[in-house]
Design a protein around this ligand. Structure first.
Ligand SMILES: O=P(O)(O)OC[C@H]1O[C@H](O)[C@H](O)[C@@H](O)[C@@H]1O
Length: 296
């Protein structure tokens, strides 16, 4: 059977290769493991909570309706950092395709975390579609405004923790020439470096990155992850390094930052704004590709 459901998880196994599978926690609809022919692709903290007591530290947490901690918006500023989707138990809607195995999860205010929904009493419907091919993992989101009279204003982001061998051998490519907001320096500038490299905590929001820029994670010259984005103009690149990792209780081992890089496709610089009845969709596609250094 290619789709197995337990009380807390859904596991998809590829029909042609049982070493290719994905595990999704209903809490947060969080993909917390993706094995591609026996090789884990996502980083997961060994102290990550998988019991619904807090968002998962690793995998692909979903960020909605606000990225970070909003200070200005009357409604969104009441929510905690990264919103409510990653701390709500989603409904498993079932399998929609046999091959590639594809499943859907849904979230709306009627089942979302009640404490957080009180802080943000909006009408919306989210459908997450997870498709696992023999060589790829696609996460697709559709957000609908189900209100009859109110605008829906939100951020979306796939907070993807990619597993790597060694952060100091790793580069992230094809973001050069893009404007970014540096969360460490709290300032905006254009990245003039040919690739992103890591020597300390790095937390950058690259803005309005064209859809046809394929972001690649390169290990000693070899591309290990390729990320295609659809309708997600921003890309956050994050590595917590030594001090930030120490400060996160659910981050283990403490030197685990060496084996992860977060590349997070999102819509976070601006808000998506939907009028009553409107919908918006976007996806992230993770796959393997040859080195594709784009001259832009
Ligand atoms: O600790 P969390 O709430 O999961 O946030 C983890 C990280 O998310 C994003 O990458 C932000 O850019 C970082 O500033 C933040 O530290």
């Amino acid at each position: 059977m290619s789709v197995e459901e337990t009380t807390s998880e859904v596991i998809l196994t590829h029909p042609d290769n049982n070493k290719t599978f994905v595990k999704i926690l209903k809490y947060g609809a969080t993909v917390f493991s993706w094995s591609l022919n026996g090789q884990e692709q996502l980083w997961l903290s060994s102290a990550a909570k998988l019991d619904g007591s807090k968002p998962v530290r690793g995998g692909i947490p979903l960020v909605f309706p606000v990225f970070g901690k909003n200070q200005d918006d009357e409604d969104l500023s009441k929510l905690p950092q990264h919103g409510l989707a990653r701390n709500s138990t989603w409904e498993f809607l079932g399998q929609v395709k046999a091959n590639p195995p594809t499943v859907q999860f849904g979230l709306g205010p009627e089942i979302a975390n009640p404490e957080l929904s009180k802080l943000w009493p909006m009408d919306y419907s989210l459908i997450l579609t997870v498709e696992m091919g023999s060589e790829h993992l696609k996460t697709h989101i559709e957000v609908s405004n189900t209100s009859s009279d109110q605008q829906l204003k939100f951020n979306w982001l796939f907070h993807t923790y990619l597993k790597i061998d060694d952060i100091e051998d790793t580069m992230v490519s094809n973001l050069s020439g893009t404007k970014l907001f540096d969360q460490m320096l709290q300032e905006s500038y254009v990245d003039k470096q040919p690739v992103v490299t890591f020597h300390e905590e790095l937390d950058r929001i690259y803005q309005k990155v064209e859809d046809d820029r394929l972001v690649q994670v390169i290990d000693k010259g070899h591309p290990v992850h390729t990320i295609k984005r659809h309708n997600l103009p921003d890309a956050v690149v994050w590595n917590p390094w030594v001090e930030k990792s120490k400060g996160m209780g659910d981050f283990e081992p403490k030197d685990g930052f060496k084996e992860l890089v977060c590349v997070e496709p999102g819509y976070v610089h601006d808000f998506v704004k939907l009028q009553p009845g409107q919908s918006w969709e976007a996806y992230q596609l993770l796959y393997k590709d040859k080195l594709n250094y784009q001259v832009l």
